[in-house]
Design a protein around this ligand. Structure first.
Ligand code: RI2
Length: 326
């Protein structure tokens, strides 16, 4: 069974972080499934499902943490599987895949916009906001704040090792927001200047814990200590349905050479590097989760999970997990 080059190309772009950000990687994976459905020469429904399953397997193995990716795959594949159950027409199943993919992409973009509207209303004129890494949901909130005539200042951590904070600073400055970049280790020192922390999300667990870029939990701790409110902006497809079944969210560990260049590290006998890409902020340190359905406290996540994913069959949920554990 051949996998379309476009699917391999998108998978590689996600793996190497040329396409990054939890929302973007989900949309890219769904687009890959759509391409696979469009290009398939399958003669039977079973063949088409098998081909799409193989593509899903490749896409799910790219990055393990952001749950938006398996949720996007599930959104499409659940519709493919239910159409395949009642139809022997390949075209009908192909159409179900394409329509589902288009709907997911459309809905996810709308969700980011809606988060922008809701989040912007919460922020008062003149606030100083600390953010970490680069998040399109956070960007949308801040963009809407200035669009509504309020002014904000942002303190952006540089976000080692890949420095996504520089990108955040550039994007915010382009919409007229003054930004101060700090090294990650300066977050606690700067906290007295901050009115609110606002970060993105890669996954939110059923107990309301947030999985986001490494360093987020230290910032949350410093915010808690200084009584600075801590919020995350997370579309509901970043809620992790498998955590309702007691599954843990896998934390991606990336190459040590992102931290110390290969040549230098190899010359340092006895030195090793750990490079976890994400950490877990416990619900106690989170004041609110801004979703497209409204702002919920961490303990509200479990009801939201039932509301958003209640329809999903358990076998679809478990079938499309990252690393594709069947
Ligand atoms: P949006 C990013 O992960 C960051 O951790 C960011 O907070 C999160 O995705 C959410 O991004 P990475 O892909 O969906 O840079 O809000 O590792 O853009």
């Amino acid at each position: 069974m051949s996998v379309p080059p476009k699917v391999l190309e998108i998978a590689e772009a996600i793996r190497t972080m040329r396409v990054r950000g939890a929302g973007r990687i989900a949309r890219a994976a769904v687009e890959a499934l759509m391409e696979a459905a469009k290009q398939s020469k399958a003669k039977t429904v079973d063949q088409l499902v098998e081909e799409l399953d193989r593509c899903a397997e490749i896409l799910l193995a790219t990055r393990p943490t952001a749950v938006s990716l398996p949720n996007g795959v599930r959104y499409v594949m659940s519709r493919v599987l239910s159409t395949a159950e009642s139809s022997t027409d390949v075209e009908e199943v192909r159409e179900a895949a394409v329509k589902a993919a288009e709907a997911f992409i459309r809905e996810s973009k709308t969700a980011v916009k809606r988060i922008g509207e809701i989040g912007a209303r919460m922020i008062s004129d003149g606030e100083t906001i600390m953010t970490h890494c680069q998040s399109s949901a956070v960007f949308e909130v801040l963009r809407r704040v200035v669009e509504s005539g309020k002014s904000v200042r942002v303190i952006a951590t540089e976000t080692r090792p890949l420095y996504q904070g520089r990108l955040t600073a550039k994007l915010l400055s382009e919409v007229g927001i003054p930004v101060t970049v700090i090294v990650d280790g300066a977050a606690r020192y700067m906290m007295p200047d901050v009115d609110r922390v606002l970060v993105g999300a890669d996954a939110v667990a059923a107990n309301g814990a947030l999985v986001n870029k490494i360093g987020t939990s230290m910032i949350a701790l410093a915010a808690y200590e200084a009584r600075v409110p801590f919020f995350t902006a997370a579309e509901t497809y970043k809620l992790s349905p498998e955590t309702m079944l007691g599954e843990l969210i896998l934390i991606e560990e990336r190459s040590p050479y992102e931290v110390i260049p290969e040549e230098m590290l190899k010359s340092m006998k006895g030195v090793s590097v750990r490079n976890p890409s994400f950490d877990v902020t416990p619900p106690e340190y989170i004041d609110g989760i801004i979703t497209e359905r409204g702002v919920v406290p961490p303990h509200g996540v479990v009801s939201l999970l039932y509301e958003v994913f209640g329809w999903m069959k358990a076998d679809t949920l478990l079938r499309y997990q990252t690393y594709y554990r069947r």
